[in-house]
Design a protein around this ligand. Sequence first.
Ligand code: GSH
Length: 237
Amino acid sequence: MTNSLTLVSHALCPYVQRIAIALAEKQVAHDRITVDLANKPDWFLAISPLGRTPVLKVGEAALFESGAILEFLEDTQAHPLHPEDPVERARHRAWIGFGAEILADIAAFYTAHGPEALDARATVLRNRFRRVDAQLGEGPWFAGKQFSLVDAVYAPVFRYFDTVEQIADFGFFAGLDKLVAWRAELARRPSVRAAVGADYDARLFDFLRNRGTALSRMMHADRQDAVREARSQVGTN
Ligand SMILES: N[C@@H](CCC(=O)N[C@@H](CS)C(=O)NCC(=O)O)C(=O)O
């Protein structure tokens, strides 16, 4: 395949990350352009029918929807990330679908307006992760020794919690030893690490803090506590 590939990205988009991870795992040369989704440029709106990232430009064509883009890369690039066996492949696709549901649940969690809604959303997420944990074997990856698209899809899911855990311990992964080990392996994988910019954590932190949600209020309260603590220490010195 000779067409040049360009991944049109947004700095925080988890759907972009899964494509970036797949491209890296397949060792596919490509360019990357980042857009501001709060201020979408005309050229982006012209190629993205739903106005969303990711878009993969393939020569003159523009592909959208991360699931379709992942399948396109499987169809056209070396180093398969789907299992060969059709039954296993169908199972992987199903868990990829569940990964998209979890991303929607994460958004529902960080956009919850009151503490009760936040609690309810955290419970939904804990239940989701219990179901995923029950699918895991000896690791290190979802399907054992072979890194797959399921890994590419869940790495950006877990990355959210590196930031969320700085706010509070919601116990999302309590008792889920296999899932915790999988998450740690994913965080170390070079393709996963390279899928976001160096400022990802700081950007996500700001994004979550400035939404006016229950989680944002916890973050502001934390900061006020820190300021109070600093002041009281100054007072006692
Ligand atoms: N189902 C889509 C979801 C993509 C998506 O929601 N992208 C978000 C950023 S992570 C977006 O572009 N939002 C802007 C908008 O919807 O206006 C996919 O898998 O590609």
